[in-house]
Design a protein around this ligand. Sequence first.
Ligand SMILES: [Zn+2]
Length: 86
Amino acid sequence: MTVRVILLFLLALLALRAVGRFMGGLSQSARGDAPRARAGDTPVKMAKDPVCGTFVVPGKALSATSGDGTVWFCSEQCRDAFVRRG
Ligand SMILES: [Zn+2]
């Protein structure tokens, strides 16, 4: 009788632990970082091509200097159009 109670107690303890781990995992994923903020997806501030509206990565795209600073373009065509426009 007593052994059975102890066994039941141990089983209940294990079950509680499992539930606790499960709940912990849930709350962890709930408050965890948003999927888009994963490491590797470096949050790059994108620049908008003012001609066609495409978002480009500054430093990798074509650039031109305007009164507002440096402007980035997806292609030479867009840059030319921007420069010609003034
Ligand atoms: Zn463009």
